[in-house]
Design a protein around this ligand. Structure first.
Ligand code: BG6
Length: 482
């Protein structure tokens, strides 16, 4: 397939996201011959870098983050695409320098790999030199703002310069193949499609656990916290994909409309429910894989008294016909024992009268492993073979792993996938403005209650599964984290 010719402009080319994710993803697209031969990559930043210096820096980051050897032949092609534009986004006049570097007939993909408080300035600069026309797209990183109010303000200002169809709000979880597969898995398999509702499902657990800490991102993380860094976006996106009704078509409008309906149906947690339904915490000293790690307070450079949360668990409920009565338990945290993202769908017990006394622990479970070791596992009940009609039942597993069924290299990196979707111009895997705002509404309601109650946060030892209260949230309902 021939993909279109574009100018990739990366605002914040020097930053962590660009070096760690964007540049390696673009290189891999080039290796797969997806970038058009005329496509250019223009780094933008305040550094006074020459072309040569920029190429050198890009090569260094590829060496560090590519996770494979740089191929000489590919590098030769990739290097030719690179150029750097020294530009201070605070000075609108400066954007003329960028305009001179661009070819206005091509698609222009402006990637904002910088904090969201600079988004408006960039849009204004692009607008001033007519770089916001139909052929121009902007890609915005999350979180957009840090509350509904700030997010609305940013979205409104951006909306003055760019139409919704030009705005690609990125959430890299939507680029993970295991997440994209949810739509196909749910609706293409009749055995699951039929029971994917409150008649078939008892509850759902979503876990995104990381064993890393804040990895030198103290300033960003301390102002954001786990709720706004992970729940407002990744977790609510996963939740809406698991629960949305069947879209009319597989296209961006239909899919996003269904997700918005779910986010609008999320029940608001009341002040008197906050202790029952939410748990937050911050990691203290501990050990991960037997190696001692520092507490969050020691990792944060200038704010040793910071109260920012590094762990969140929430029971969410959806107020609609399909999901009334089904709790969704979400948990995510840093410095947990291991890196693991998974969705567990726990089905209801059988309605067969002959097995009405089966214990709850025997429920069928479907575990979708998002990362690492991508795969799906179905837990079912089987009789243990015997001669004497003892009829002992046992839980067994049917396992499917990506690594056994597909070649590892066929699983695209999420940024590779999403950058390609930007080139194609398909917004299905990007977040609509209404999704962002609905998510903020639900999150703001909780964070406001937390703020009033400073004692709500607990410390948890690094290398454990989070604060003790996070277990109570689910155990109170007679269930357990899986
Ligand atoms: C990012 C968060 O969006 O997702 C990080 O800002 C987090 O704090 C990361 O570590 C996790 O992504 P993944 O793909 O490694 O699970």
């Amino acid at each position: 397939m021939n993909y279109e010719n574009c100018d990739f402009v990366i605002f914040g080319a020097k930053g962590d996201l660009s070096q760690r994710k964007l540049i390696p993803a673009l290189y891999k697209l080039d290796k797969k011959k997806i970038l058009h031969k005329e496509t250019k990559i223009i780094g933008v930043g305040r550094a006074e870098w020459s072309q040569e210096k920029f190429s050198k820096i890009i090569k260094q980051s590829l060496k560090k983050f590519l996770k494979e050897n740089i191929k000489k032949t590919i590098w030769k092609i990739f290097k030719k695409r690179l150029s750097f534009c020294n530009l201070d986004v605070n000075d609108t006049k400066n954007f003329l320098k960028l305009k001179k570097k661009l070819n206005n007939n091509k698609i222009i993909i402006n990637y904002f790999a910088i904090p969201s408080d600079s988004y408006t300035k960039i849009c204004r600069g692009l607008f001033k030199f007519s770089l916001n026309l139909k052929n121009s797209r902007i890609v915005l990183e999350k979180p957009i703002g840090n509350s509904l109010k700030t997010s609305r303000k940013i979205n409104k200002k951006i909306g003055k310069y760019f139409k919704e169809s030009q705005i690609f709000r990125i959430d890299h979880y939507l680029g993970k193949d295991t997440i994209i597969n949810l739509l196909y898995f749910r609706f293409a398999n009749s055995i699951f499609y039929k029971y994917w509702n409150n008649k078939g499902i008892d509850h759902v657990q979503i876990t995104i656990a990381e064993n890393i800490g804040i990895e030198g991102r103290s300033k960003y993380f301390d102002n954001t916290g786990q709720m706004k860094d992970m729940v407002q976006n990744h977790m609510l996106q996963i939740l809406s994909i698991i629960t949305m009704n069947e879209p009319k078509k597989i296209d961006s409008n239909s899919i996003r409309q269904e997700k918005i309906k779910i986010l609008k149906s999320l029940k608001y947690i009341k002040e008197n429910e906050i202790n029952k339904k939410t748990s937050i915490g911050q990691y203290s000293n501990g050990k991960i894989n037997n190696i001692k790690v520092k507490s969050y307070k020691k990792e944060i450079v200038d704010k040793p008294n910071s109260n920012t949360e590094t762990f969140v668990a929430i029971r969410a409920d959806i107020n609609n016909k399909t999901w009334n009565g089904v709790p969704f338990y979400l948990r995510t945290g840093k410095r947990l024992p291991k890196k693991c993202s998974k969705i567990v769908i726990v089905f209801k017990n059988t309605t067969a009268k002959i097995f009405k006394n089966l214990s709850k622990s025997m429920n069928n479970k479907l575990i979708i492993y998002l990362e690492p070791n991508e795969g799906i596992c179905l837990k079912f009940i089987n009789k243990v073979p015997d001669l004497n009609k003892k009829c002992i039942l046992k839980k067994l597993k049917m396992n499917f792993t990506y690594s056994e069924n597909f070649e590892k290299k066929t699983i695209p990196d999420p940024y590779e996938k999403l950058l390609l979707e930007c080139i194609i111009g398909d917004q299905s895997l990007f977040v609509h403005i209404d999704e962002v705002e609905q998510s903020w509404k639900w999150i703001d309601n909780i964070t406001k209650i937390w703020k009033k109650n400073s004692k709500i946060s607990e410390l948890y030892e690094s290398g454990t599964w989070g604060p003790s209260k996070s277990k109570k949230i689910i155990e109170r309902d007679g269930r357990k984290w899986i």
